[in-house]
Design a protein around this ligand. Structure first.
Ligand code: F2R
Ligand code: MG
Ligand code: MG
Ligand code: MG
Length: 347
């Protein structure tokens, strides 16, 4: 069904933007207090209510870099790493205060200094050669997952190469891969059927099992860490409502580390298939993002990654247009999703 697939492309792009814009005011270290959760509920209610004038909610680095990749794929119709690197650097120097990760800015400076003659050394040099394990690779991977969803080997190859422009630590790269695979799975499912949550996790676990081997000795600290986190996701899901927010945060994390945010985002999307205490809405897209933000920590990024999964599953028809009206660049992101679907489906 082409109409549904196109709606899923737009939904996934808008999911990143929505989670980013709504989440970033809450970015911090702690789980939201019960008072803050009530404020969050009222805030979402207000956004969905009668139209009112307010300054548009701003997006951050997550959306900036997602936009760069989408624009490049649309224009070049293939993965062009030089073009993507140039777009990353250009948009960073145009708007350096979009809340970028503290270390990734060094990569942009070095790329500009070497005039893009060497695309990979700057990222490799991060953290004394360890490379970054931040979630900056995963947070922006949506357009690549959409573009390559018909071919899993292409998806893995494109995700690896693109992520390594900034993140070379295996944890950072595998986090982007896990998010890309999860988006692909969401895209391929029919939202009219109840989502088989256990199957969804088992499919991710079996993929990560083959992906997580230490092929180049890139500094894996534990065997198969994402597989371990995904089994925690499965346990928490099986506990249903008994898994309270404190427990979820303690087990899965909400930090800028890919390992402690990508599985969390996947959990948020899956948990939000059912009602969640304290989150009063019948809309599972809203529930996904509101729940992700309520966990605190890296709220823009976990909100955006969870939003990308929900949007890829339900399509953009699930998103309340009143919310989109309050977001900076929502028309642009909708259009990017639309054009990306055209390019992808004409391959
Ligand atoms: N930077 C933020 N949020 C903090 C405040 C934002 C801003 N000041 C505001 O007020 O709005 N958010 C954005 O950063 C995350 C993505 O980061 P990315 O692109 O992965 O960057 P980086 O710098 O490579 O990694 C993030 C941090 O992780 C730690 N780290 C990573 N690898 C490490 C290693 N090998 N050894 C030690 N530490 C490592 C460092 O602290 C890095 O700076 C998203 O949340 C995005 O929204
Ligand atoms: Mg901020
Ligand atoms: Mg951000
Ligand atoms: Mg963030």
């Amino acid at each position: 069904d082409l109409t549904l697939l196109k709606s899923k492309f737009r939904g996934s792009m808008l999911g990143v933007l929505t989670g980013d814009c709504l989440g970033h005011p809450y970015e911090g270290d702690e789980l939201l207090t019960s008072g803050m959760k009530i404020i969050l509920q009222k805030y979402f209610d207000k956004l969905e209510g009668p139209p009112y004038k307010a300054p548009a909610m701003q997006f951050t680095d997550d959306s900036v870099m997602t936009r760069s990749i989408a624009q490049s794929l649309i224009e070049k119709r293939q993965l062009d790493l030089l073009d993507i690197a140039k777009r990353f650097v250009k948009s960073y120097y145009e708007e350096p205060n979009r809340g970028y990760g503290p270390a990734v800015m060094t990569v942009f400076e070095k790329l500009r200094a070497n005039r893009f003659s060497d695309l990979f050394t700057p990222a490799k040099e991060q953290f004394n050669g360890q490379g970054s394990w931040g979630n900056g690779g995963a947070m922006r991977i949506t357009p690549i997952a959409l573009f390559s969803h018909q071919n899993i080997d292409l998806l893995l190859e494109m995700t690896r190469k693109e992520t390594q422009l900034t993140h070379t630590n295996k944890i950072g790269v595998d986090g982007a891969i896990l998010q890309a695979i999860a988006i692909r799975q969401s895209l391929l499912l029919n939202p009219d059927n109840e989502l088989d949550v256990k199957q969804f996790i088992d499919d991710l676990i079996s993929q990560m099992d083959t992906i997580e081997f230490d092929e180049e000795g890139l500094g894996l600290v534990e065997p198969k860490p994402y597989k371990i986190q995904l089994s925690l996701v499965k346990t928490l899901i099986s506990e249903g409502e008994a898994a309270n927010a404190e427990k979820v945060v303690q087990k899965l994390g909400t930090s800028v580390a890919a390992l402690y945010s990508v599985p969390t985002a996947i959990y948020c999307f899956l948990r939000a298939q059912n009602q969640i205490e304290g989150i009063i809405t019948d809309n599972p897209f809203r529930r996904t993002i509101q729940y992700a933000i309520s966990l605190g920590g890296d709220t823009d990024t976990i909100g955006g990654m969870a939003g990308a999964l929900a949007g890829a599953f339900y399509g953009d028809k699930i998103i309340n247009p009143a919310i989109l009206k309050h977001l900076e660049a929502s028309e642009e992101f909708q259009l990017l999703g639309e054009k990306l679907s055209d390019v992808t489906l004409s391959q």
